[in-house]
Every structure is written in C-alpha cells, then in structure tokens.
Design a protein around this ligand. Structure first.
Ligand code: ACO
Length: 368
C-alpha cells in the first residue's frame, strides 16, 4: 500500500486539532516530548511487565466510572461475555458475508446489542475476540471455536483464532500487546468514540464509530502495510535503495512518525521486548531491526526539523506475525485491545463531559 498525502494546511495550528485539549481525562496521558505513556496512573512499560489485560481494563473502567472493579471481576465478566457472543454468532455475523476480515469485523461490532445482566462495556470487549476468531476461521473454511470462559482474554483470543491452545509464552506476548495498546490519549479513534458518546448515543454506537476511525492506515490500519513493506524490501541489500526511492516518491513509510511523539514511541520498545521474550518464530527480527535503523536515519535526513521515529505499529506487525495471527486480522486484534480504552472514554465522556461540537474555518465563497 502506498500513501501519498497532499500538502495540507498544517501551518494553521488548529487544523487537524493539533495540540487542542478536547477533554479532561484520568484514563491516559501521552507526553510526546519525553516519550512517555501513562495509563490510569502507571507507565506503560511497568503495566506490560506486571499486569494483565484484565487488570488494566479494571483500572480503566474503575477510573472512568468511579466504581472499583477488580481484575477477577473483569476476567469473569469477559469470560461470560465471550460465551454469550458465541451463542449469538450467527446473528452478529449476519451482515458480514462476503466482506473482508476488517470489514466483516465492522459489521459484527455494529451487530452487538445489550445482554441481560452484563455491562455494555463487558459485552463489547468480550465479544470482539469471538468475532475476529470466527471471521479468521471462516476465511479458511473452518468452523468457529467456542470460548473457554475461565481462560485469560489473550489466551482465549489466540486459541479461537488459531485453533490450538497457546503456550504460556505466546499467551503472555499477546497479553503484553493488549496491555500496551489498550489506551493512548486522545488518538483519532478514541476522539471519535468520545464525540459519539458526547451526544449520549450508547456504547455500541460509540465503539462502532471508534473502530471505523481505527481502520485507516494513518492510525490502526498500518501494521499490515508494515509487513507488506518488509516483504517488498525482501533482502538486506535492498533496504537502502528501496527506502530511498520510496522517500524520493514522497511516500509515507508505515510504522514511522507520530502526531504527538517527538521521540521514540515508548510502546515500540515494550513490544520489542515482548518479541524477544517470545523466543520463537521471530526470525525476521534482526532484518526488521536493520530496516528500522535505516529508515530512522533516512527520515532524519529527509526531515531534519521534524523528528520522525518508530511508532507502535512497526513492532505490532512483527509481534502479531510471530504469533501466526494472519495479517488481515491485525486491525481487529488492535481493536480487541483498544476497546477497553474506548469503552472507558465513552463512559467518562458521558459522566463528566460536554457535547463535543467544534467549529470550522470557512474558506468558501460568500454570497454577493
Ligand atoms: N514516512 C515518511 N515521511 C513522513 C512520515 C512517514 N511515516 N510521517 C510523516 N512524514 C513526513 C510528512 O510527509 C511531512 O513531510 P513534508 O513536510 O516534507 O511534507 C512531515 O513528515 C511532517 O508530517 P506531519 O504532517 O506533521 O505528520 P502528521 O502528524 O500528520 O502524521 C502520521 C502522523 C499520520 C502518523 C504520519 O507520521 C504517518 O503517516 N505515518 C505512517 C503511518 C503510520 O505509521 N500510522 C500509524 C500511526 S500510530 C497509531 O495510530 C496507532
């Protein structure tokens, strides 16, 4: 995939809402100058090393609602929600026939509805791995697999996708990924979710909208093109000519650059560590490391005044590929984790926020 962007009105600070504070939040904080991400009071690296996806989700949901939830309660609710979603799969997937995994997932998310006795938050977050697992298996002509409600969310996601129980190392690697990407300040999909929630539309509408915003390659659609780029480069000898020629054509290199970070995205190193700890199937890591090093140098030369460094999507692609997750499912897997943040932000917006309704700069013709 090749992305060329026209020269835009980047010089006007409010266009694109750069630097505009759209909400107050206790959920996460991105410090672009220091390269720091804090999620509900803890640095992302610390959380990835010490907490589970269920634990971080409990922190986010507790902070958003003011009601204390434990890791065990979230784990039980997500297990129950996976089971309920599986029972309703034919209805949830009814509108996904003939669609790609990314688009079928959008139809599946839009097909969710309230479940008796379960919070909307758990219903949504629990259903997502069931939907992506079923879509991946359907694409291979295989029947979907029932969830195991007592398994961890990450381990059950891998099993429903790949048809075999993951090793503890594999489950830990996906869990670390889920923790790392579960929330990230006022990114485009979270902002979209909050805009929809600010109208007091329900969580199902808000999260469906958030997923739609995630699918673009400037946001959560980048990891599949990262692998396409690594495939296209192919060998060490081709790194320099391929990258130089892409930059000369003014292409954007996937997995690099960020609107907020002016230094390396802290999530990149957390994921790199997770890949190294996996110690299997990551034969491509040294090659990817060489590609990364050369691209960082080339971007410095091309844009000396605009720091452009590795973002989370570069190592996401390598980690999910090492776990044998098909690349067509990368964006839905990202959404499976980010939905913890989306639901928390939607709750926080509805509880404390105000209708989000900015204005535009009219540059069109005026009546005579
Ligand atoms: N490759 C090459 N050049 C780049 C890249 C890149 N990845 N990113 C920015 N640039 C260049 C721009 O072309 C521009 O150059 P110019 O002034 O010569 O035209 C300059 O850097 C400044 O770019 P901005 O417009 O300030 O960048 P912006 O903040 O709009 O973009 C974005 C951020 C969208 C992430 C961008 O870096 C990009 O397209 N990256 C590639 C896609 C990607 O990795 N997406 C995932 C992001 S992480 C996430 O959302 C989870």
């Amino acid at each position: 995939m090749t992305i060329h962007l026209p020269k835009t009105a980047a010089a006007k600070p409010a266009i694109g809402l750069d630097g505009v504070q759209a909400a107050e939040t206790v959920l996460s904080h991105v410090d672009g100058e220091r390269g720091e991400l804090i999620i509900a009071g803890e640095r992302v690296g610390h959380l990835a090393a010490t907490s589970s996806f269920e634990g971080v989700t409990a922190r986010l949901w507790s902070a958003a609602t003011g009601t204390q939830l434990s890791e065990a309660e979230v784990r039980a609710a997500l297990g129950e929600a996976r089971t309920r979603a599986f029972a309703r799969l034919p209805v949830i997937l009814a509108a996904s026939d003939g669609l790609s995994i990314v688009d079928g997932f959008r139809a599946g998310v839009a097909g969710l509805r309230a479940e008796n006795g379960l919070s909307h938050d758990a219903t949504i977050v629990g259903a997502l791995p069931v939907i992506v697992g079923a879509l991946v298996r359907r694409a291979k002509g295989e029947a979907s697999l029932a969830p195991e409600p007592t398994a961890s969310h990450a381990a059950d996601t891998l099993r429903m996708l790949l048809g075999k129980r993951p090793t503890p190392r594999e489950a830990k690697a996906l869990d670390a990924y889920f923790v790392t990407v579960c929330d990230h300040g006022m990114n485009a999909s979270t902002f979209t979710t909050r805009v929809v929630a600010s109208t007091h539309a329900d969580l199902f509408a808000a999260v469906t909208a958030g997923y739609c915003a995630l699918t673009g390659p400037l946001h959560g659609g980048a990891p599949e093109p990262v692998l396409e780029m690594l495939d296209a480069i192919g060998t060490r000898e081709r790194i320099k000519p391929w990258v130089d020629s892409a930059l000369a054509r003014r292409e954007r290199l996937m997995g690099f650059g960020h609107r907020v970070y002016r230094v390396r995205d802290p999530r990149a190193d957390v994921l790199k560590d997770a890949i190294e700890r996996l110690e299997l199937g990551a034969e491509g890591l040294p090659f990817a490391g060489e590609v990364e090093a050369y691209i960082r140098t080339a971007l410095k030369q091309k844009n000396p005044d605009r720091p452009l460094d590795t973002n989370v999507e570069f190592f996401t692609a390598i980690l999910l590929d090492a776990l044998k997750i098909p690349r067509q499912a990368f964006t839905p897997i990202f959404a499976t984790a980010r939905a913890a943040g989306w639901t928390a932000h939607a709750r926080e917006q509805q509880r404390l926020g105000r209708l989000i309704r900015p204005s535009s700069l009219y540059v069109g013709a005026m009546p005579a």
